[in-house]
Design a protein around this ligand. Structure first.
Ligand SMILES: Nc1nc(=O)c2c([nH]1)NC[C@@H]1CN(c3ccc(C(=O)N[C@@H](CCC(=O)O)C(=O)O)cc3)C=[N+]21
Length: 300
């Protein structure tokens, strides 16, 4: 594989360097047109349409916005989406019942439970109810466990980590032996990203709230993935000159974790917020849903 970053010239004065901006929007559009084509072929060949079931609990504005974006993306590629909306004060049993109905519904091939859930609910218990075969978020402990273990294949890999990997690979990054620092260990991004990168032969450090001097780890890394959720945490001096930084948004604000203005002068490549990892993450959800439907009907 070619490595576009090899041409990066570290001899120039650091404040004159401008990194490549990894265009997530472009890659997402490319993925979506491929998915739309495959969805169409499936319809023509076997008369089946991939379906996504979404469980949305409560009134959080950000969750409602994300779900609207996901539903819209489904429509764009011809995937059917069904949203089960439950009130904030729902009992654990109510959520589990909604998930079970999707489990039992043969026209639903993928299920996501939008996170975070209201505090009184046990997230892990609910994740456990999602059928492993329909777990397009990849958060089920079996899928997560298989991601961690070499030689095992998870049925689904979480969407944001897949998006980070896709961005790195599309831009010609060879991960073998590269040093990667993942900042944050959430179930949605940090933890599975660290697992996925080590599967691709990177040397991974997982930095978190109890890590002393995290910048000492990140400034040695060739790749930094940030999942901290606090804007501008990753400052310029946290980064090694010429590193790649597929950072992701804070999730709830449209501001990157990485201090963009400082970082772009230093890194070989960076993802913007918005328009970086976010749109590719959504495309990966569609891709996982299509894969699930293909597996369900043994359609290749
Ligand atoms: N079960 C579950 N699965 C998730 O995948 C999940 C979740 N819960 N809870 C919340 C986080 C957050 N997340 C994002 C996905 C896309 C963008 C995204 O596309 N952002 C756009 C901007 C969006 C806008 O303009 O509103 C961008 O970065 O360009 C952001 C955030 C998925 N999450």
């Amino acid at each position: 594989m070619t490595d576009n970053f090899h041409n990066y010239d570290t001899s120039t004065a650091s404040n004159e360097k401008i990194g490549v901006v990894l265009d997530g929007k472009l890659i997402a559009n490319d993925l979506k047109s491929r998915i739309a084509g495959e969805v169409n072929e499936m319809k023509k060949a076997i008369g089946k349409t991939p379906g996504l079931g979404i469980v949305l609990v409560g009134e959080r504005r950000d969750s409602h916005t994300f779900i609207r974006t996901k539903v819209k993306a489904c429509n764009e590629v011809g995937i059917v989406s069904v949203v089960a909306e439950l009130p904030n004060n729902s009992k654990e049993g109510d959520i589990c019942d909604a998930v079970s109905r999707f489990n039992d519904n043969p026209s639903v091939h993928g299920i996501i439970v939008q996170l975070p859930l209201p505090k009184h609910l046990d997230e892990e218990k609910i994740m456990n109810v999602v059928s492993v075969e329909k777990d397009v978020d990849g958060f089920h402990p079996l899928n997560m466990g298989n991601l961690a273990i070499a030689g095992r294949e998870p049925l689904f890999i979480p969407c944001a980590p897949k998006a980070c990997l896709e961005l790195l690979l599309r831009y010609g990054m060879d991960l073998r032996g590269k040093k990667a620092a993942v900042v944050g260990r959430s179930k949605i991004v940090g933890l599975p990203t660290s697992l996925l990168l080590q599967r691709h032969q990177a040397t991974v450090s997982l930095v978190h709230a109890f890590t002393g001097n995290p910048e000492k780890v990140t400034c040695q890394a060739d790749i930094v993935v940030s999942d901290v959720g606090t804007p501008n945490t990753i400052r310029g001096h946290w980064l090694k000159p010429g590193a790649v930084d597929p950072k992701r948004s804070s999730g709830y604000r449209l501001v990157g974790d990485v201090c963009y203005d400082e970082a772009i002068k230093k890194v070989a490549a960076i993802t913007p917020v918005p328009g970086g990892v976010g749109p590719v993450t959504i495309a990966m959800l569609l891709s996982n849903t299509l894969d699930s439907a293909k597996r369900c009907y043994d359609f290749t």
